[in-house]
Design a protein around this ligand. Structure first.
Ligand code: 5AD
Ligand code: SF4
Length: 447
């Protein structure tokens, strides 16, 4: 979501003549997009602002803009920071180019955030955001031939640890015709894979004049666009997952059989304290149903370790769930108290940091052991990948007489495959044979 917001603003700024540099010392404007989901992300922004404060001493005309969730959360407090000239919340990104121009021309500091973040946005504000996305969502923004398209904004779930509902506002599903128009524009530019985005994408629900559209309907509409070759969606909430989505995945060949559906914990007591609205048994039932309906589906999860009151037994229940679910991969986070959330107000952050760290390591170990075993099933198999481009270490694994660099591609099931091949393959599909596996990567040979 943040990468998408950044790319939209970059495209809008390029449109009025700005160029991008990755060196703050060369820049007239530094724009920081921010995430509030964990304290660590916010601390990094504050430390960046500290550096920029120093840079401003030698470059007094430098403009520093802070956008995104932290801007929404801290508002005027952030504007008081000596480095900051502009503060813009996630719903105000269309205003950023004008705010930057004002700051450059007239040295006016400005702030634009949503006053009452949980109030329903005015339709005009949604329209402005939709128009901004349509205008500035270009293929240049993305990994070649892939695009992220927002289907929803905001969240209504109020998981007790989570700041998202307080910084991104209430759940709003974009009109399907706006999403489809945007996708057609992107495919005209060569995009082949669409990833629909939403904090709880499975709750997508748009009431049109004549009918209601849910995610399964939207997937079908995207699937109908000829030039779309793969469509995926992130992230799902297991609470009220609509089985029609699984049927859509099973019946529509271009819908990738991949589900990112965070469990967060395997302990029913903790799930309740998190306000997740399901039990571990219900979660496992859903996973079983997904595996049955969609053969070969890959499932990924997120976990928070060290939630207030999490005991060794609670953590053991999480390990147990991971062992039963056999995820493709799991993202594990140490609980980080976020200001204003129910967990911060009502519960003590009482799991010591060393325990959180150890549980984080232990859970990843369990996950890695599972992936190590399960990934071996891919050995010798031929898989189709969408090639993203050069791997981070393109010089590695050169076979004899093979002068091609190492490329990275992703399967429909979201596995990362690395293999040697000509760089020109980037943005296209390729068939590879898996020759070696590790918990996170498939090593392959181009066919
Ligand atoms: N502390 C730690 N992790 C968190 N997440 C969300 N809020 C917090 C928090 N306060 C994690 C969840 C979510 C992912 C995006 O970030 O696992 O799925
Ligand atoms: Fe946060 Fe829960 Fe909403 Fe996800 S579903 S964004 S964890 S409140």
């Amino acid at each position: 979501m943040n990468k998408l917001d950044s790319s939209l603003v970059v495209a809008a700024l390029k449109d009025i003549g700005f160029q991008i540099t990755d060196k703050p010392t060369l820049a007239d404007v530094v724009l920081i997009n921010t995430c509030s989901v964990r304290g660590h992300a916010e601390n990094r922004v504050m430390s960046n602002l500290g550096h920029l404060k120093h840079l401003k001493q030698s470059k007094p005309n430098l403009i520093v803009a802070v956008m995104g969730c932290m801007a929404q959360r801290l508002g005027s407090e952030l504007l008081e920071h000596p480095a900051v000239d502009i503060v813009a919340g996630p719903a105000q990104i269309p205003q950023i180019p004008e705010m930057i121009n004002d700051a450059l021309n007239c040295r006016i500091n400005s702030i634009a955030i949503t006053e009452k973040i949980r109030a329903r946005h005015a339709p005009a504000e949604n329209k402005t955001l939709d128009d901004f996305e349509l205008a500035y969502d270009t293929d240049e923004n993305h990994i070649s031939s892939q695009a992220f398209v927002r289907a929803m904004r905001g969240c209504n779930n109020f998981c007790t640890y989570c700041i998202v509902p307080y910084v991104r506002g209430p759940e709003i599903s974009r009109p399907p015709h706006a999403i489809i128009e945007q996708i057609k524009k992107l495919t005209d530019q060569g995009v082949k894979q669409i990833t629909l985005l939403g904090q709880t994408i499975d709750a997508y629900c748009y009431d049109g004049d004549e009918r209601q559209y849910r995610l399964a309907d939207l997937l079908e509409m995207v699937h109908d666009i000829d030039a779309v070759k793969w469509v995926r969606f992130i992230t799902s909430h297991p609470g009220k997952f609509d089985p029609a989505i699984l049927n859509a995945m099973a019946n529509l060949p271009k819908v990738c059989p991949y589900l990112h559906i965070p469990a967060q914990s395997g302990s029913d007591r903790i799930l309740k304290a998190m306000n997740r609205k399901y039990t571990s048994a219900q979660y496992l039932d859903l996973i079983a149903q997904a595996k049955e309906t969609v053969p070969g589906i890959a499932i990924a999860s997120d976990f928070i370790v060290g939630f207030p009151g999490e005991t060794d037994d609670d953590f053991a229940a999480t390990v147990d769930l991971v062992q039963k679910a056999r995820f493709k991969n799991s993202f594990v986070f140490k609980y980080s108290p976020r200001p204003g959330t129910h967990a911060t107000k009502e519960m003590e952050d009482n799991v010591p940091d060393e325990v959180k760290k150890q549980r984080n390591i232990d859970l990843l170990d369990v996950q890695n052991q599972i992936a190590e075993v399960d990934n071996q099933h891919f050995l010798g198999k031929t898989m189709e990948v969408l090639v993203e481009g050069l791997s981070k270490k393109p010089h590695l694994n050169k076979a004899e007489n093979d002068n091609n660099p190492q490329l990275i591609g992703r399967t429909a099931t979201d596995y990362i495959a690395v293999f040697n091949g000509p760089e020109e393959l980037a943005g296209g599909f390729a068939k590879v044979r898996i020759t070696r596996t590790s918990p996170l990567t498939l090593f392959a040979k181009l066919i």
